[in-house]
Design a protein. Structure first.
Length: 84
């Protein structure tokens, strides 16, 4: 399967320890960071109208983006920010 550069970038960033989330400025009196995508050596964890985990593989990330978030990696990277 062929993956976009953005999908590979997101996969590399997750495996480097970055956690992606959404800034919700009107929660808890300031910015509330909601974790939506993270990874460890075994799993990619997601939270989007439910939560679960898939194997930490590029193929799994592509599936999560397409079927859970219903967006491309490019769209994901422009919508969600990192905790860093």
């Amino acid at each position: 399967m062929k993956y976009t550069n953005a999908t590979r970038e997101l996969f590399d960033r997750l495996n480097a320890g970055e956690v992606f989330g959404e800034n919700l400025p009107h929660r808890l009196g300031g910015t509330f960071f909601w974790q939506v995508l993270s990874a460890d050596s075994r799993f990619i964890y997601w939270r989007h109208y439910g939560s679960s985990a898939n194997e930490n593989k590029l193929e799994s990330l592509a599936w999560i983006l397409e079927n859970i978030f219903e967006m491309t990696a490019e769209e994901f990277l422009s919508k969600y920010t990192t905790a860093a």
